[in-house]
Structures are given as structure tokens and as C-alpha cells.
Ligand binder design. Structure first.
Ligand SMILES: Cc1cc2nc3c(=O)[nH]c(=O)nc-3n(C[C@H](O)[C@H](O)[C@H](O)COP(=O)(O)OP(=O)(O)OC[C@H]3O[C@@H](n4cnc5c(N)ncnc54)[C@H](O)[C@@H]3O)c2cc1C
Length: 482
């Protein structure tokens, strides 16, 4: 069994700690931010979603009062896709039970008439789900949570050919020894500076700026109103913006818009009246605006990027005894809502293999890196490829120009898959499996039956062009200056 120190208690660190401890490992979880204010779990909790004021009131305290600056995206829209739900169901079904008791909604996964039997996604304000997970992890035997402290450096042994991390230095001045240190510090992880301070070779990094920022506001359903269905993807792309609508726990939901960082009107839409005027004009979000009353300010999140960090370069592992999971290892533009699924899947793999870390700390880093590339790298790579064209669309859209739909066979095939998915159960199931990270696009669409149906649809000569934007860029500009 291994002694593990985890730096960061967001979704990846919390899940990693829980899954490791339940396999008999000993975990110290160091989290910079304090615990949620609702220290007592289950206070006033009823059964099922929206079961009474007690459920919603407790959840509201988490969502509104928990200070969690270490996760700057915490007040943005979050859905837990099918893969995240599956990992929790397999590793810790009690977490799902607790989330449902807290008013989180569990939704079957479907596209058109196609249903993924036995698979669900979870709709929740992120802080509600994360606070509940944190309470469970804090109570877990085998996990010691050090809240309000931070990992600021590494203890490294240089005895072997490759240096090996043997522990972590904390902000409080304490040193923790470990068989394995896990960086779960999220997208702003300090790992590169820890490596530099320890005289280690820098990790390999690649990154791509996404060129847009998020604005999100939460709402509660008006009495007697029903939420429109939440779809994945939850977004509709316009040429110059993207609009999201997503249900959450306890009759709440979020509306989000993204705009280019170069948009001359970018500051205007931080005003609630302009934000609502625009979202009320977009057909995707208009019914939501009508159904809800605002319950939050508008939260902004910038510095959106795709970034991957590897601890193995052409010379082999840079170091032994440390791995990164979740956003600290790789994170993508969150438009497709994959981050928590990838983080929980990563945490699950960590728990499955951690027993090997004490015996071969350098080989462990090598193996872990390979698994990450094989299972998660593909999602990173497809996002980077998609974002290269998305950035061009956005920049052209800013000046009212619509770029033509790409005509290459791959792009036409992908567009055809999405166009026929709502009407064709076989294709719908393949699209759902990709959208919820159960199959890679290559695996799902190379299936001969799926490919045959998509090609037959293409042979009918369908128009795959996106419909005209509504509102147009000119109409958007008049909303901005009204
Ligand atoms: C705008 C936006 C929308 C998103 N929407 C979705 C969505 O719908 N669905 C989805 O699945 N994902 C979504 N994501 C992605 C998701 O937020 C992340 O992928 C997920 O939170 C990753 O979990 P993590 O634990 O790796 O990082 P985080 O959740 O960011 O947690 C990192 C934690 O580490 C702590 N920390 C950092 N450094 C240290 C240190 N040195 N010592 C101690 N503690 C430290 C921080 O305080 C924080 O608690 C979205 C992201 C953004 C930006």
C-alpha cells in the first residue's frame, strides 16, 4: 500500500483521495481553499430532486457562500457527463446517492430516440456537487484533509539515475513524505515552478489559446414553469458567440455566453440587462430566460485554453514519484463539458495502479504517462484540432463574415453524423457514446454499421450548412448599444 500526498482537492484530487483510500492506501489531501460552510452533511435533506426547502436551502448555501477561489471556474456552468457518472457509480455509488439527496438531477443519456441503457449524467451547480463530494472525502477513513494549506515545493532525492520525488513542502512549513505525490492542482497548477525550484528538467508543455471568455448567470425556475430539456452539447455556436443553457440542481439552471476576447462589445454584456436582452433574443436560450428569475451575479472567466503537460520527454521520465491528474495534466476548452469526466477517469486509473508506485517510482511515471496519452490524449488532440477552425470562425464572425462550411470528407462526415443522429437510433447511440466519453470518435464512427448509415445519409446530398445566425451580428450590435 502507498502513502500518497495529493496537492489540490478539486474534483480530481477529491476523487483520487476517495478511490485510493477505498483500496487501502493512505492519503493526505492538501487543499488551499477552506471547506464549504455547510460542514454538517445532510442537514434538512429530503429524498430526491427538489424534495423540499431543506434540500434546496442547503445546496444554496454551498453555491452562494462557499469561497473557492482556487477553482476560478467554480461559478461557471458544469454538467457531469456520462463518463463521470459511470466512474462514480463504479467506485463510490454512495456519492451519487448523496448528490441526489442534495437535489442534483440524474438524467438518462439520449440523443433523439437512442438511449444509452444504464447510463446517466448529473446536472448540478458545480459548487453543490463539489461540496458534497468534499464532505464525503473528509469523513473517509484513510484520508486526512489539510485545508487552508498548499503544496509549494517538492522534496527530491537525487540518488538514482533519474531523480525521485519523496515528499512535498507545504506553505505552513511542514514537510510531508510520500511514496507518491499527485499534482491535482487544476489549470493553474504550480508544478512547473516546483520543478524549476528543485532543479528538475521542465515538463513538456503544449498549449493553445482559445480566444474567448465566459459569462454565466444562474436562475431559479419560476413557480409553475418547467425547464426546457438540457441537451449535450449544451451550446449553440453562432459565428461571433456561443450560447449555453443547462439545468442544475434544485430547480436552478445556468445561462452562459462566450465572446471573443477581441470583441469590441465584450464589456457591455457584463451588464445584466444586456446579457438578458441578448440571451432572450437567441432561440436556444429564450425559453429559459422566460422560465427563470436570476439568483446570481454574472460571473466571468477568461484565460480559456487547451494545455497539456507531460512528465516524460524524449529522454524518458523527467522524474519519478510524482504524477499529475485532471486539469493539471491536461485541460481543454470546456465547451463540450468533458473536464470532470476526464478528471474522475484519471483518478480512477490512479487508484487502480497506485500499488506499483512505491516499488518502481520512475517506471510508474512512464506507465502513467502512456495511459494518459492513450486514454485522455485523444480528447485533447480532437479539441485542439476543432479549436483551430473555431478561432477563425469567431474572428470572421466579429466583422459579420461567415466562413464557408468546410467541404473536406472528414468534416462532411462529422457534420452528417450530427445531422442524422436525432433521426437514426444507431447513429444517435454512436454520437451519445462520443459526447459522453464512452467511445472515441474514431472507434464509434468506424463501426461499419454506423459508418454505412452516415454514408447513406450523405449520398442523399443533404445540405450541411449551419442555418443563418439569429440574432445576426448586426442585431447583436444593436442590442449592445441599446
Ligand atoms: C468555464 C468552464 C466551464 C466548465 N464546464 C464544465 C462542464 O460542464 N463539465 C465538466 O466536466 N467540466 C467542465 N469544466 C472543466 C472542469 O471545471 C475541470 O475540468 C475540473 O474542475 C478539473 O478538476 P481538477 O480537480 O483537475 O481541477 P480543479 O477543479 O480546478 O481543482 C483544483 C484544486 O486544486 C487546488 N490547488 C491548486 N494548487 C494547489 C496547491 N499548490 N496546493 C493545494 N491546493 C491547490 C485549488 O484550490 C482547487 O481546489 C469547465 C471549465 C471551465 C473553465
Amino acid at each position: 500500500m502507498a502513502e500518497v500526498v495529493i496537492a489540490g482537492g478539486g474534483f480530481a484530487g477529491l476523487a483520487g483521495a476517495l478511490f485510493l483510500a477505498r483500496r487501502g492506501h493512505t492519503v493526505t489531501l492538501v487543499e488551499r481553499d477552506e471547506a464549504p460552510p455547510n460542514a454538517t452533511p445532510g442537514v434538512g435533506v429530503g429524498v430526491g430532486a427538489g424534495a423540499g426547502a431543506g434540500v434546496g436551502a442547503g445546496a444554496d448555501v454551498d453555491a452562494e457562500q462557499w469561497k473557492h477561489p482556487g477553482a476560478p471556474q467554480a461559478r461557471q456552468s458544469h454538467a457531469l457527463l456520462g463518463r463521470a457518472h459511470r466512474v462514480l457509480l463504479d467506485e463510490a455509488p454512495d456519492v451519487i446517492e448523496a448528490l441526489l439527496s442534495r437535489g442534483v438531477h440524474q438524467i438518462p443519456i439520449s440523443v433523439g430516440a437512442a438511449v444509452l441503457e444504464g447510463e446517466h449524467m448529473l446536472l448540478s451547480r458545480r459548487l453543490v456537487a463539489e461540496a458534497e463530494l468534499r464532505r464525503i472525502v473528509t469523513r473517509e477513513p484513510g484520508v486526512h484533509v489539510r485545508a487552508g494549506d498548499a503544496v509549494v515545493g517538492l522534496c527530491v532525492s537525487g540518488i538514482g539515475e533519474v531523480p525521485v520525488v519523496t515528499g512535498a513542502q507545504l506553505l505552513s512549513g511542514d514537510l510531508l513524505t510520500a511514496d507518491l505525490v499527485v499534482d491535482a492542482g487544476g489549470r493553474r497548477s504550480g508544478l512547473p515552478s516546483w520543478f524549476a525550484a528543485a532543479g528538475l528538467r521542465a515538463p513538456l508543455e503544449d498549449h493553445q489559446e482559445c480566444g474567448f471568455f465566459y459569462l454565466t448567470r444562474y436562475y431559479r425556475l419560476k413557480p409553475g414553469c418547467e425547464a426546457p430539456p438540457s441537451r449535450i452539447p449544451a451550446s449553440v455556436p453562432l459565428d461571433y458567440a456561443t450560447v449555453f443553457a443547462l439545468g442544475a440542481d434544485n430547480d436552478t439552471f445556468s445561462l452562459t455566453m462566450t465572446l471573443s476576447v477581441n470583441d469590441p462589445h465584450r464589456k457591455t454584456f457584463r451588464r445584466p440587462d444586456r446579457f438578458e436582452a441578448f440571451l432572450g433574443a437567441v432561440p436556444h436560450s429564450a425559453p429559459w430566460i422566460q422560465a427563470g428569475v436570476p439568483i446570481s451575479d454574472i460571473s466571468m472567466m477568461s484565460r480559456i485554453e487547451n494545455r497539456r503537460r507531460r512528465l516524460v520527454d524524449s529522454g524518458g521520465p523527467v522524474v519519478g514519484g510524482i504524477v499529475a491528474i485532471g486539469d493539471a495534466a491536461l485541460h481543454t476548452n470546456p465547451t463540450l463539458g468533458r473536464g470532470i469526466s476526464m478528471a474522475l477517469w484519471h483518478a480512477q486509473h490512479l487508484a487502480e495502479v497506485a500499488h506499483a508506485a512505491p516499488h518502481d517510482p520512475v517506471g510508474f511515471v512512464d506507465q502513467f504517462s502512456r495511459w494518459t496519452d492513450d486514454h485522455l490524449g485523444v480528447w485533447y488532440d480532437t479539441q485542439v484540432a476543432a479549436d483551430a477552425t473555431a478561432l477563425d470562425r469567431l474572428e470572421a464572425g466579429l466583422v459579420g463574415i461567415r466562413l464557408p462550411t468546410p467541404e473536406n470528407p472528414m468534416a462532411r462526415f462529422a457534420a452528417a453524423a450530427f445531422a442524422c443522429a436525432p433521426h437514426d437510433e444507431v447513429v444517435g447511440r454512436a454520437v451519445a457514446r462520443v459526447a459522453h466519453l464512452f467511445a472515441t470518435p474514431a472507434a464509434a464512427f468506424s463501426d461499419p454499421v454506423v459508418a454505412g448509415r452516415i454514408n447513406a445519409f450523405l449520398a442523399t446530398g443533404p445540405s450541411l450548412a449551419r442555418p443563418a445566425d439569429f440574432p445576426s451580428r448586426a442585431e447583436f450590435e444593436s442590442i449592445a448599444v441599446a
